[in-house]
Design a binder for this molecule. Structure first.
Ligand code: HEC
Length: 178
């Protein structure tokens, strides 16, 4: 019996390994992705017209955490921005970081590396760009939210983390996203 169990385990091991990272399974299909293949020799999307820019403007093409860290927060922390950021935080961040951002979310408790306390001195000391970068690239355990949150939405979340979680503002995170 033990041998059979072992054989089955060995058989499925490569499949399990291939499935990692599971969070990308839906996007990594054989289909042509938006804006894939701009090379005329390999049909796909038409190349961009010369000098055209993306609709949301010239978003910076940040490659890594170092680049993210150096960025200035382009979104003023208005009431509207903080409120919107709070709604997004309620949806995307509370499972791990908890409502107050203390790293005590229910999902976070199951992780080997516990989510950081966003109200701790370390998180208060990092730049806005660093927090934005954590959402963009993820950490050792924390997943990337680059596909879920637009660059601007990420800045709104940064404003919420700063104004409400770290500086004790009054807007509350709302799990229903309302
Ligand atoms: C699946 C759990 C999980 C979710 C969801 C999550 N995080 Fe994290 N976060 C972590 C973990 C674990 C760490 C510890 C660092 C690492 O993973 O490398 C972390 C670290 C961070 C840090 C670094 C803090 C520091 O002091 O260096 C920031 C900032 C952060 N998260 C912000 C967010 C924001 C904003 C969201 C929502 C968009 C979010 N996290 C969603 C798990 C999560």
């Amino acid at each position: 019996m033990k041998k059979i169990t072992l054989a089955i385990a060995l058989l499925i091991a490569p499949a399990v390994a291939q499935a990692w990272p599971w969070s990308k399974d839906m996007s990594e299909q054989i289909s042509i992705k938006p804006q894939e293949s701009v090379d005329p020799d390999h049909p796909g999307m038409e190349p961009y017209p010369e000098h055209s820019i993306p609709v949301p403007g010239t978003t910076s093409f940040v490659q890594d955490m170092d680049g993210a860290d150096k960025q200035k927060n382009p979104v003023p922390a208005t009431q509207k921005s903080v409120e919107f950021g709070g709604r997004l935080f309620g949806i995307y961040c509370t499972p791990c970081h908890g409502y107050a951002g203390k790293g005590d979310g229910l999902v976070g408790q199951k992780l080997v590396l516990q989510p950081y306390n966003l109200t701790a001195d370390h998180a208060k000391g990092v730049s806005d760009g660093y927090i934005w970068g954590m959402m963009t690239f993820g950490g050792a355990v924390m997943p990337s939210y680059a596909n879920d949150l637009s660059p601007t939405e990420r800045w709104n979340v940064v404003n919420y983390v700063r104004k409400v979680l770290q500086q004790g503002g009054t807007v509350q995170a709302n799990v229903n996203g309302r």
